[in-house]
Design a protein around this ligand. Structure first.
Ligand code: AMP
Ligand code: GLY
Length: 425
């Protein structure tokens, strides 16, 4: 089979890795890809939002299956564009990707179908939002309705901050049209867990859980980032939590989407908060997480192509989804200064140290080829990943491997997967 993967980050590298293990796959293409993906796939210079070019490439090259990694093209309707030409594609259609594309939609869905989440109100005028803030409890959370690179969520401790936040989102339009509508919701506390799932419109199969570290600095300090590392499975995702979520969240979401005439096929990513009152949905994403894919997919025992096809064909109930009984830790090597300002174009050395090592992976997030060398090309550069029979072993191996590669301004957190004294921090 010929596979086309759409995207260019660590998540797409992990998807390419999983596809490369399938005996059914003869050739992988990735648009646009990156320097690491280029070792497994032929990278083609087409952007993820260039739907006509992507469809044209898939037709010309007789691609058997296209896998969409990123949120923007999904929310923009790339799956519909492929299907309109009779091409096989893995991911939700536009009318289902709205589960991630609009927070107001997803909150209304949860309210209508009694899926546990934070209490909220939706506003499309700043006057009404500001008026509501006068009588609200604090802290409070403001969310831009649309996609904002994971940055459209503001946690406000005081009324003044919240009013400033409404201005930032709705009047200054820091995230463009994503802030035309905002959701204002109850602030919750608890541990966060990421749960990815495969969905075929009717059936949902849960993948192994993961836990992200979103803040830039050790001890969960500093700014929010796209993710500085993570691990799988999460020790906080207990059988009790699993039972609750299966009963009230997972199938309920899939059934709700179907009932709304928006059957969801692809990956649903449940961002959960484990509150004192039980698990609550923080957000839905309509794709694999980044870096969740980097710690979950290396543990997948199934042939991923079988699973993708079962989702497309509606046979997921026949799939016995299995994960290795081990742990995986991914430490992100970033460019110093991320997520604010950082330099690019620094040569990366030592990548060859990962060759031929079974339990170690170096997923490329922001890299490119430049004059025969591989150089940094983003804030998050590499996801150094290792498997082990315990969380502490996987963690020790991942940190050992962070020493094998180097580039100027290399920056990482030192407490991904815990810090030794407090392994579950
Ligand atoms: P989201 O993009 O909706 O997942 O929000 C990004 C991050 O903001 C989450 O991972 C949480 O850490 C935080 N967050 C979102 N909603 C809430 C909430 N209602 N209460 C507390 N923290 C929240
Ligand atoms: N790691 C969070 C995300 O992919 O949205």
């Amino acid at each position: 089979m010929k596979i086309l993967i759409v995207g260019s980050g660590g998540r797409e590298h992990a998807i390419a890795y999983a596809c490369s293990k399938s005996p059914r796959v003869d050739k992988i293409y990735c648009a646009p890809g990156n320097a690491g993906i280029a070792e497994l796939a032929e990278c083609v210079p087409i952007g993820a939002m260039e739907f006509d070019k992507l469809v044209g490439f898939a037709k010309e090259n007789k691609i058997d299956l296209t896998v969409i990694g990123m949120d923007d093209p999904l929310v923009g309707g790339v799956v519909d564009a492929f299907e309109a030409e009779g091409l096989r594609v893995f991911g939700p259609r536009k009318n289902a990707a709205i589960l991630e594309g609009s927070k107001a939609f997803s909150k209304d869905l949860m309210r209508k179908y009694n899926i546990p989440t934070a209490a909220y109100e939706t506003f499309d005028s700043s006057e009404a939002a500001l008026e509501y803030l006068e009588r609200a409890d604090y802290p409070i959370v403001l969310k831009a309705d649309g996609l904002a690179l994971g940055k459209g969520v503001l946690i406000c401790d005081t009324k003044e901050q919240a009013k400033e936040g409404v201005k930032t989102l709705m009047l200054d339009k820091q995230f463009g049209d994503a802030g035309n509508t905002i959701v204002i919701e109850e602030f919750m506390t608890g541990r966060e867990v990421s749960v990815l799932s495969f969905v075929d419109g009717d059936t949902i199969k849960i993948m192994s859980s993961a836990q992200d570290h979103k803040r830039a600095m050790d001890g969960d300090k500093g700014l929010n980032t796209g993710g500085m590392g993570n691990f799988s499975p999460s020790p906080y995702y207990t059988p009790e939590v699993d039972e609750f979520c299966r009963k009230y969240i997972y199938q309920a979401t899939v059934d709700a989407m179907k009932a709304e005439g928006r059957p969801f096929k692809g990956v649903i990513f449940f961002g959960l908060m484990l509150t004192e009152k039980g698990p609550r949905v923080l957000e839905y994403n309509a794709r694999f997480g980044d870096p969740e894919a980097q710690v979950v997919l290396p543990r997948l025992e199934n042939d991923i192509i079988d699973v993708f096809e079962a989702c497309i064909d509606g046979n997921l109930d026949k799939v016995d989804l299995r994960f290795e009984d081990n742990f995986c830790v991914c430490v992100v090597l970033a460019s110093e200064g991320y997520p604010v300002a950082y330099e690019k174009g620094k040569p990366i050395t030592g990548l060859e140290n990962f060759k031929g090592r079974e339990d170690y992976f170096c997923f490329h997030a922001g890299t490119k080829q430049s004059g025969g060398a591989i150089v940094t090309n983003g804030g998050r550069v590499l996801g150094v990943t290792a498997k082990g029979s315990s969380l502490s072993e996987a963690r020790a191996k991942a940190y050992e491997a962070t020493e094998w590669v180097d580039f100027e301004n290399k920056y990482m957190r030192h407490d991904i997967g815990g810090n030794g004294e407090n392994p579950l921090a």
